[in-house]
Design a binder for this molecule. Structure first.
Ligand SMILES: Nc1ncnc2c1ncn2[C@@H]1O[C@H](COP(=O)(O)OP(=O)(O)OP(=O)(O)O)[C@@H](O)[C@H]1O
Length: 170
């Protein structure tokens, strides 16, 4: 059983995944396997361009958690989409030193459910768990992810509406 953990940058994916690793689960961070697939840099978006097609083709599934923004492209059995209220997300990205444009792009993507939509397009409803992390500690987030992984809580998504946060001033 391989469970993907995806979400907008800053929602706490790697922090929760590190907690799962501390509990003894096998955890792979996509950032640790992506290097051979880097095609170059997109200066406008200040991000690396990854050959995701080749990465997906060469990926070998395993038992555990695969964490990262592209996890929903991989052959996961279950998917967790981590969410964070957009104003909180913007504050976190500001604290990380992100440029205003990048904060706005990610805040708006979170407000408009971009990651969730991409995930539900790839998986069936009984595979997707949308986790609102707002106000939850990394330990509580890891607890909920673990319970979903073990089948102790059901798939669910679609109850969040943060559209009013999109395109507002920062
Ligand atoms: N549940 C939480 N509560 C409060 N702060 C958190 C929580 N989870 C993560 N953080 C903090 O938020 C920041 C972003 O967390 P993290 O790096 O885990 O996000 P991410 O989704 O993996 O981001 P990226 O996709 O850019 O790697 C870090 O400073 C981290 O300490």
């Amino acid at each position: 059983m391989m469970c993907g953990i995806t979400g907008t940058p800053g929602t706490g994916k790697s922090t929760a995944a590190d907690e799962l690793a501390r509990r003894g689960h096998t955890v792979v961070h996509i950032t640790d396997i992506a290097q051979p697939y880097v095609l170059g840099r997109d200066p406008e978006r200040d991000t690396q361009v990854i050959d995701t097609d080749r990465m997906v083709d060469e990926f070998v599934p395993f038992d555990g958690f695969i964490e990262g923004h592209f996890a929903h492209l991989l052959p996961c059995d279950r998917m967790v989409v981590m969410r964070l209220r957009p104003d909180e997300l913007a504050a976190r990205l500001r604290a990380r030193g992100y440029e205003q444009d990048k904060i706005r792009e990610n805040r708006d993507a979170e407000a408009l459910d971009v990651c969730l939509i991409e995930t539900v397009e790839q998986f069936s409803p009984n595979q997707v768990f949308e986790l609102d992390t707002t106000g939850k500690s990394p330990v509580v987030c890891a607890d909920l992810i673990e319970q979903f992984y073990l089948g102790e809580i059901p798939a669910s998504f679609g109850s969040i509406d943060w559209s009013s946060y999109a395109e507002g001033s920062l």
